[in-house]
Design a binder for this molecule. Sequence first.
Ligand SMILES: *[C@@H]1O[C@H](CO)[C@@H](O)[C@H](O)[C@H]1NC(C)=O
Length: 332
Amino acid sequence: MEMNQIRTFVILFFFFFFSVNGFRTLSDDPCDPKAQRDPRTLRSDQITVLINGYSESRIPLLQSLAATYATSPLVSSVLVLWGNPSTPAQTVAQLAQNLSLHHSISLLRQSSNSLNNRFLPRSSIGTHAVLICDDDVEIDHESFEFAVRVWGSNRDRLIGFFVRSHDLDLSRKEWIYTVHPEKYSILLTKFMILRNDYLFKYSCNGGPAMVEMRRTVDRMSNCEDILMNFVVADETNVGPVLVGAKWARDYGDARNDVDVDQRLGLKDEGVKEVGLSSRRGEHRKRRGKCIMEFHRVMGRMPLRYGYGKVVNSVGEQGLCEKGGHLVFCDKS
Ligand SMILES: *[C@@H]1O[C@H](CO)[C@@H](O)[C@H](O)[C@H]1NC(C)=O
């Protein structure tokens, strides 16, 4: 071998050596099995709250939400995921400083505005239960604690206060995104309690189909919640659980078609209603497209309906205890 060839060989050798070893430890891959926490070390008596922050105008509300969650004895820690890459570094730094007054709150700036980031597995999550929520939804403390308890007896299900439905438009032979008065199949990320390991399933499992569906979420800048409902329903073969809130305030944003929460009996004081109708129609169409796309890629429709609403008052609207679990009375 000539000197040049030897040199090239040595360089190539080091390149491969480091790309296999050195670079991987530097890459910080959230799906790296070695980066996952041992499930036996996760706490069962508390929940981790992940609040998605994006809009600078809502920072004061975000701070008060995060602080309220942080003071609950049920909350282990609050992670604020800042998903807006164009927010000035100074604003983010100030927000981080403001939030750090509470020991259990931390701010994580996301590297991109991908909505899939909401579901990344994170080694800083030290609990089995995780709450994914928006920065524009306030729930009364009692209802929050009740929802956590409901999760405790329905650990495989998605638990929350805001739901929608899928349905089949028979004339067009299309899946649509809609609202049914008496049943639901999609729990929204306005407030979603779920098992920690569903984050890994969503982000790291499922092969090429999941890769393609996560890409759809990025392309649509929407539907991450619908995809999580697909993932969980595919695993469990049951729908989500709707919990009744005593008091819920949805400050509304372009993604939220808030009117339907009123039809489902949730109070929506302080909701902005200005000229949303056409945007809402557009929003529903996009969400319908996502359902069709996920169905096409998966090759099946895993979404399942849930019925009724679990309320914090046994007898009133049919919550019964059976064998240590909360169940709907009509099923007992
Ligand atoms: C941080 O807190 C200060 C003092 O309360 C407030 O004036 C400021 O707007 C806050 N800034 C951010 C970005 O949170």
